[in-house]
Design a protein around this ligand. Structure first.
Ligand code: HEM
Length: 339
């Protein structure tokens, strides 16, 4: 981590979340062109990636680490069902422990360490003051179930997909900051079932091709893609379960507060084959940036305007932007010299 974690900031109520200039500079801006449409935008996640970038390591941690871990704790206290693992996913959960701990200890040795003597493992997380010894594979030796244990120490949501009959099934996950979808609702569904609500992409064959690609991912060859939406306020937890708390935020956008209220929400999604269970680990690392911060980069500002202006109506509706989209386009237009 090039930036040290900041003291805890909030993703709710008073929304004290902010990005430092360094965090803005490394923000994964997701638009390579002036127009956006769904595609099979999957590429190899070759690590180490560019130094200091969000692609440097398998799993990126940054200045928001403590804030996100605090927010995860709040969400899990409110609703423990945001973390669930079907019994046949136990081995996959231990695979996740192995992969995360091994990578963190190698990639961020100043914060994490792992000692292994056979099945006897000792893990230290200096950021959260955790030091535990446990027997690998024996859940009774951890203070909580394995997926929750590791999920509370790593930024981003996680799903573990069981692969069988040429399909993927959402059989485990820890999901506390979703972009309007519910783990409890999608649990047990297949790849095309949980993608059911997405418009246009099914007809374009996106999910047929993506599924074939994913089923063929081999161990040690992770892949990644970016996904994006917009969120009002720096709210991490936009789940259907908490809709009453954030649904009305969309009506709070005015021409005067677009820059501060509207946030681009980018998900860096990494898919990684697990060694023992053959499950796929799917990590969804969410980055939030306010429009005010985004337009400090003139190229991003111009492109954001063009992408928003030309966004297909189906996507505007699906992503929940209908109410404030015209206001946003108008606000962004001042940053586009062609306007
Ligand atoms: C949306 C999960 C992989 C493309 C979604 C949604 C979920 C999801 C839960 C929200 C659907 C809803 O509205 O209820 C996953 C999981 C994956 C995965 C667990 C791991 C296997 C992929 C891949 C692609 C993809 C590889 C590649 C094309 C999309 C698209 C959307 C979507 C285009 C709509 C996003 C938007 O417009 O905001 N995904 N997905 N997904 N997914 Fe995936």
């Amino acid at each position: 981590m090039r930036m040290s974690p900041k003291p805890i900031q909030s993703f709710r109520d008073d929304f004290t979340y902010s990005n430092s200039p360094g965090a803005i500079a490394r923000f994964p801006f997701p638009f390579p062109e002036d127009e956006y449409m769904y595609s099979v935008n999957i590429e190899p996640h070759v690590t180490p990636g560019p130094e200091g970038s969000v692609y440097e390591h398998l799993l990126d941690i940054d200045e928001h680490y403590l804030s996100e871990m605090h927010e995860r704790d709040l969400v899990l206290k409110e609703n423990p069902k945001r973390c669930l693992a079907m019994p046949h996913m136990d081995l996959a959960c231990w695979d996740m422990i192995d992969r995360v701990m091994t990578c963190f200890a190698a990639d961020y040795p100043e914060h994490f360490s792992l000692e292994r003597e056979g099945d006897h493992w000792t893990w230290e997380n200096k950021l959260l003051n955790i030091k535990d010894s446990f027997t690998f594979g024996d859940s009774s030796t951890l203070p909580m179930p394995p997926m929750e244990y590791i999920g509370r120490q790593v930024q981003g949501d996680f799903a573990l997909l069981d692969q069988r009959d040429g399909d993927l099934f959402l059989d485990a996950g820890i999901v506390t900051c979703p972009a309007d979808w519910s783990l409890a609702f999608d649990a047990g569904m297949s790849f095309k079932e949980w993608h059911g609500p997405v418009p246009l992409a099914h007809g374009m064959g996106v999910f047929d091709r993506a599924l074939k690609y994913l089923c063929a991912i081999s161990q040690g060859r992770p892949v990644r893609r970016l996904n994006w939406t917009l969120t009002i306020n720096a709210r991490m937890d936009t789940s259907p379960e908490t809709y009453p708390q954030w649904g009305t935020d969309r009506a709070s956008v005015t021409p005067d507060n677009v820059g501060e209220k509207v946030h681009l929400r980018v998900e860096l999604q990494v898919l990684d084959r697990m060694s023992r269970s053959n499950a796929l680990m799917f990590s969804i690392r969410t980055y939030l940036i306010s429009m005010n911060d985004l337009v400090t980069n003139p190229e991003w500002a111009k492109r954001m305007h063009r992408v928003m202006k030309s966004l297909p109506p189906e996507l505007i509706e699906y992503k929940g932007l209908t109410r404030y989209h015209p206001m946003l386009v108008e606000w962004l237009s001042r940053f586009d010299p062609a306007n």
